[in-house]
Design a protein around this ligand. Structure first.
Ligand SMILES: Nc1ncnc2c1ncn2[C@@H]1O[C@H](COP(=O)(O)OP(=O)(O)OP(=O)(O)O)[C@@H](O)[C@H]1O
Length: 282
């Protein structure tokens, strides 16, 4: 398989001896919207168990990249290979079935439904019994429902949201809603989790909690994480490697330390009036 970017050997990730083989390989992706080149010839890879960040100024192409990976957008050029299987025209459901789950920048939860039911909705792909069995609550449907409920309860415990199990999601503070969104993605038991700005709009305490949960998911379940994040302190703290995009092009790729010292990256952030928020970390 073709690989890209600086190559730590398997097991040499920043966070210790835990990264493995290449799980996701993005090769020469280009995506256009009419006259806008959202992505131009982007290549990078993600290793098993890695936390890989995608950063860049506003409009750099980060969400577009995530949308290509999970089948929302079909790039005009390039190929994406997940677990050795290359997909060009795969839709979101097919990508999800392969083990890729995603959270969204703007929450896409069912606000009137309880925390429990929202997380349960993440199990849809895993429900095997047919609709008639489910409606009649007979046979395998009952056993299956018990299993799914147990899995959801484990996630609720893991995310420490037991007190809100029955609360309609719309009544929760924003930070907790983001946690429920993570829970719904985890309910798919994904091999790879795509997080689109998981800390956006959070206060310091909520960010610390979310960081802890992302690290715990990565370490306890071995889930590979790809995240878009604007908070450079968070990115520098929790990522093994970072891809930097600017105007749809890749301008940096490496460990947080390498990216922080990359003159192109510094220039892009300063140029994008982000001088108050260059990639310095804490
Ligand atoms: N569906 C679309 N139709 C037309 N243009 C789009 C579409 N999605 C993204 N773009 C354009 O592609 C470019 C990259 O946008 P994208 O949202 O991927 O950037 P981003 O790095 O995620 O930005 P932000 O940090 O502001 O969320 C922008 O110029 C944007 O206007």
């Amino acid at each position: 398989m073709q690989t890209h970017g600086p190559e730590p050997l398997a097991g040499e990730g920043q966070a210790g001896q835990r990264t493995g083989e290449v799980l996701l390989d993005v090769a020469n992706i280009s995506l256009r919207f009419g006259g806008v080149n959202a992505l131009t010839d982007i290549s990078f890879n993600v290793r098993e168990h890695e936390i890989r960040a995608i950063i860049g100024p506003n409009g750099a192409g980060k969400s577009s990249m995530l949308n290509c990976i999970n089948g929302v957008y079909a790039p005009q050029q390039g190929a994406i290979t997940f677990r050795g299987q290359t997909f060009k025209h795969m839709n979101s459901r097919q990508v999800a079935e392969m083990g890729v789950a995603r959270t969204f920048q703007n929450l896409a939860l069912f606000k009137g439904m309880s925390v429990l039911d929202n997380i349960m909705s993440g199990r849809n792909l895993k429900i095997k019994s047919n609709l008639l069995w489910q409606a009649l609550r007979i046979g395998p449907a009952v056993r299956e429902e018990i299993q799914h409920r147990e899995a959801v309860e484990r996630i609720i415990d893991f995310l420490e949201i037991q007190a809100y199990r029955k609360t309609p999601v719309g009544q929760l503070p924003y930070g907790l809603q983001k946690r429920v969104d993570l829970g719904r993605a985890l309910a798919m038991e994904p091999q790879m989790l795509l997080l689109d700005e998981p800390m956006a709009g959070m206060n310091v305490e909520e960010k610390q909690d979310m960081c802890r949960f992302v690290l715990d998911v990565n370490q306890e379940f071995g889930t590979t994480v790809v995240l878009i994040e604007h908070d450079m302190g968070v990115v520098m703290d929790i990522s093994d490697r970072v891809v930097v995009l600017d105007y749809g092009k890749k301008i940096g790729d490496g460990t947080p330390q390498e990216v922080r010292n990359n003159p192109d990256v510094i220039r892009a952030y300063l140029g994008a009036e982000a001088s108050s928020n260059p990639p310095q970390g804490h």
